[in-house]
Design a protein around this ligand. Sequence first.
Ligand SMILES: Nc1ncnc2c1ncn2[C@@H]1O[C@H](COP(=O)(O)OP(=O)(O)OP(=O)(O)O)[C@@H](O)[C@H]1O
Ligand SMILES: [Mg+2]
Length: 246
Amino acid sequence: MISVRTLCKRHGARAVLEQVSADVERGETIAIVGPSGGGKSTLLRCLNYLETFDEGEIRIAGTTLVPRMSRGDVRLRELRTRVGMVFQQFNLFPHLTALDNITLAPRVVRGIERARAEERARELLDKVHLGDRAGAFPHELSGGQQQRVAIARALAQEPEVMLFDEPTSALDPEMRDEVMEVIRDLAKGGMTMLVVTHEMQFASDIASRVWVIDQGGIAEDGAPARVIEEPRTEVAREFFGRLRRR
Ligand SMILES: Nc1ncnc2c1ncn2[C@@H]1O[C@H](COP(=O)(O)OP(=O)(O)OP(=O)(O)O)[C@@H](O)[C@H]1O
Ligand SMILES: [Mg+2]
């Protein structure tokens, strides 16, 4: 489903991703962890082409991405419907209801008629346990509820891959569980996902593999139990040690 080959990304003289290569099979969930500034967000942003890159190639859900594609490239339009992304900040449209946040892209980007888009949006709201909040505006929802609307909005594009960048980090602890529950259900349903998270229990519950990303590379890649309990690199040992002491 995802194949990354010798991906390089620089900011000025500084390498942010260096020769990253990795493969993800359909239905896998990868938990991505590692120290701040290691390149986790940058990798996800390259996979979704929110940022271009300098060298290498990404194949994701049947779309091939190369450096410096133009904004109007048809492959990027394809990509938007095949890959969904959810950020730490929910970024809902503040002036639209939950329902309209979800139906906007399907109606505008894919030309789906309102009645059908709304029917699908209500199914998605049920799936994220917000079936009764379709008419609510973002400011009327809790952080956890807003994040679940953001997940439903991404799912409305019927993506084959979902990317999550610290989806629970902006939430109070009591709201994290309800968001993790929704992501866990997606994993069970066979969605292919990359999830940047610092919640190690969650990571080992849902992930088929854990990647430790440091200094622009994948320092460790293995089963959760192996990587978390018996890290092979100094950076991973330190990272998990720090989490345990917190
Ligand atoms: N626009 C930019 N210009 C210059 N450097 C950048 C830019 N965006 C990111 N970087 C640098 O790229 C590196 C990787 O950043 P990235 O946000 O991918 O890290 P991260 O692993 O997601 O960190 P965190 O855990 O703090 O979210 C950092 O050193 C950062 O300073
Ligand atoms: Mg980040």
